[in-house]
Design a protein around this ligand. Structure first.
Ligand code: ZN
Length: 94
């Protein structure tokens, strides 16, 4: 996972969500040349995949390939959870 550069001020935000047990705190951060990694311990493979999907979904990325999703579902007004390629492949079959 590529670390995200953060300012020292952002650390308090990250730590406060960590204190709340919020999964938003999970990530890899770069602060003043130091890498800070917050990750779940002892995840099963399935849990790891689930977390990855959740994170991608929250960032508006295709949950399968991580491509930025630009189209919104006209019914909900929210971004699709899949890119055009995967939406065509997966959603249309289900
Ligand atoms: Zn995709």
């Amino acid at each position: 996972m590529k670390p995200k550069s953060v300012k020292t001020d952002d650390l308090s935000k990250i730590f406060s969500s960590l204190k709340k047990g919020d999964e938003a705190a999970i990530g890899s951060y770069l602060v003043k040349g130091v890498r800070l990694q917050i990750s779940k311990y002892n995840l099963t493979g399935a849990e790891r995949v689930q977390l990855l999907y959740k994170r991608r979904r929250a960032q508006g990325l295709c949950i399968v390939c991580g491509t930025k999703v630009s189209k919104k579902n006209p019914a909900t007004g929210k971004l699709y959870r899949l890119c055009e390629i995967h939406r065509n492949k997966i959603d249309k079959n289900s």
